[in-house]
Design a protein around this ligand. Structure first.
Ligand SMILES: NC(=O)c1ccc[n+]([C@@H]2O[C@H](COP(=O)([O-])OP(=O)(O)OC[C@H]3O[C@@H](n4cnc5c(N)ncnc54)[C@H](OP(=O)(O)O)[C@@H]3O)[C@@H](O)[C@H]2O)c1
Length: 463
């Protein structure tokens, strides 16, 4: 372990942290450019074969950046995309980024350090950074923007140079150190441990923009909201946000064990998609889409009495046509992804004749991220962490998500030597109680799988 890390783990003060040298190399989960193409013609693109753990050179920080010692991170689905080199190898993004020149040229390397969530400690700040200091405890928004672009000031997500950190940029969060722009930082909720804080922002803020923000579906009291994959990374936060807004969440899940988890999260209405024949990832014919849409619509009316106002979709090809069919007249389908394929089909008659809307949404700007982070800081939204892996087993953690065998979020301990560290507001933690802070801990829920995660939960010291 390097001397800066040792000082951090010994709770050294900011001056002592500044006195320690930044190491020349650091441990990171990364992809290799030489592996691109390894999955051509391969059916099971097993991310354990492409995700490497090893030392990489430490980059220099730009004047508007900070170096964060990453205590914990989490697996997002974008790491599955990166590690399968689909739909395009992320090395293409790094090259495009580097074409801007200057500090951006650093990103184009033969390795890509991935990961788009982190909780940790600021250990260096660039000369132009105003709001953050060495020693600050932070969580990192995945949205990197160019504040010199006019569009960024209307909505940061509209900037042409907006990038997802650790996916479209290098130096991501699944590592001992990460390089981030100062405009990605937010204060870490003090009552959460490192791993609880690290699993939230990317998916929670994405759900927040999709459902709550003026740019999203603007859920309100009494709205019925259909949520696909309701125990997944996005879905388990969406359920909580609909409840907070006074809406009625209808959660769709793929197994009975997940249905139980969803009830535990307080979801009003639970549908096991297998019960109504909504199973596979295969593309649906137009006729099948309407047949399944009618079946789902009947089930929703049976349980709630009305059609949904909003459908929360990121499943893509396997569900999107059904979502457009099933949402009520004047209702909204909001989408941020396409796990089962991005070539969607829907019957446009149901859209225009019924004055429905489709909203495309992507991540969240810093204001939306801050509003979402505030909900965590107030204890109004709970982390959905189910299990935690050491950095050395990042590939196993990503494999779990790739195979849809996880619940909520899967955490990764980076520099933190064990779980349970990083709490600076024990009073709030005690007031909220462990059960409220960790509603999904130690659960797993793939069809037919054990419900308890057991061996994956770490307490050991990370190498
Ligand atoms: N644009 C953005 O800003 C943004 C941000 C975050 C995520 N995303 C994208 O959103 C997607 C989901 O991310 P996530 O973190 O929530 O992933 P996740 O944790 O893997 O959750 C995905 C959920 O999808 C459901 N699912 C899988 N196959 C299905 C099928 N055939 N039909 C219906 N449901 C199915 C699963 O639930 P059941 O099996 O229980 O039904 C699972 O819980 C990914 O494609 C990701 O890249 C986009």
């Amino acid at each position: 372990m390097d001397s800066l890390a040792e000082a951090l783990l010994a709770n050294a003060d900011p001056e002592a942290l500044e006195r320690q040298d930044v190491p020349d190399e650091y441990l990171a989960a990364h992809l290799r450019a030489t592996d691109v193409g390894m999955f051509d013609e391969v059916d099971d693109k097993d991310v354990r074969k492409s995700l490497h753990i090893g030392r990489v050179p430490m980059p220099r920080i730009a004047p508007d950046e900070v170096l964060v010692a990453v205590m914990a991170s989490s697996i997002n689905y974008n790491t599955v995309w990166s590690a399968t080199f689909e739909p395009v190898p992320t090395f293409e993004f790094l090259k495009r980024n580097a074409r801007q020149g200057g500090f951006a040229a650093r990103h184009d390397l033969p390795h890509h350090v991935v990961g788009s969530d982190a909780a940790g400690v600021v250990v260096r700040v660039g000369d132009g950074v105003r709001r953050w200091r060495v020693g600050d405890h932070v969580v990192v928004s995945c949205v990197q923007v160019d504040e010199e672009e006019p569009a960024t000031h209307a909505d940061a997500m509209l900037g042409a140079e907006q990038r997802i950190w650790g996916f479209e940029t290098n130096f991501g969060g699944l590592a001992h150190y990460a390089v981030v722009r100062a405009s990605q930082l937010l204060p870490k909720p003090g009552h959460l441990t490192w791993e609880e804080a690290a699993g939230n922002l990317l998916t929670a803020a994405t759900s927040y923009r999709m459902l709550v923000s003026d740019r999203g579906a603007r859920v309100k009291q009494g709205d019925i909201v259909l949520i696909w994959g309701a125990t997944g990374g996005l879905g388990a936060f969406a359920v909580q946000m609909v409840k907070n807004a006074g809406g009625i969440p209808i959660g769709v899940v793929g197994s009975e064990s997940r249905a139980d988890v969803l009830r535990r999260l307080g979801c009003d209405v639970v549908i096991n998609r297998n019960d109504i024949g909504l199973g596979g990832d295969a593309p649906l014919t137009p006729e099948k889409t309407i047949e399944l849409g009618k079946r789902l619509g009947r089930e929703i009316r049976r349980q709630v009495g009305e059609d949904p106002h909003i459908v929360f979709d990121y499943i893509g090809r396997a569900t999107f046509g059904i979502s457009v069919f099933v949402v009520r007249k004047g209702g909204t389908v909001v989408t941020c992804g396409s796990s089962t394929g991005y070539d969607h089909h829907f019957d446009n008659r149901y859209l225009w004749m019924n004055l429905k809307r489709i909203i495309g949404s992507h991540a969240a700007n810093l204001q939306e991220q801050a509003e979402c982070n505030r909900l965590f800081r107030l204890g109004r939204i709970a982390p959905t962490l189910s299990e935690v892996y050491p950095l050395s087993e990042t590939a196993e953690a990503a494999r779990l998500v790739q195979q849809n065998r996880h619940i909520g979020k899967v955490g990764v301990l980076c520099m933190a030597p064990e779980t349970g560290l990083g709490v600076t507001d024990p009073e709030l933690r005690a007031r909220l109680g462990e059960a409220r802070i960790n509603p999904l801990r130690n659960l797993r829920g793939a069809p037919g799988a054990d419900e308890t995660a057991g061996p994956a939960v770490t307490r050991g010291r990370e190498a």
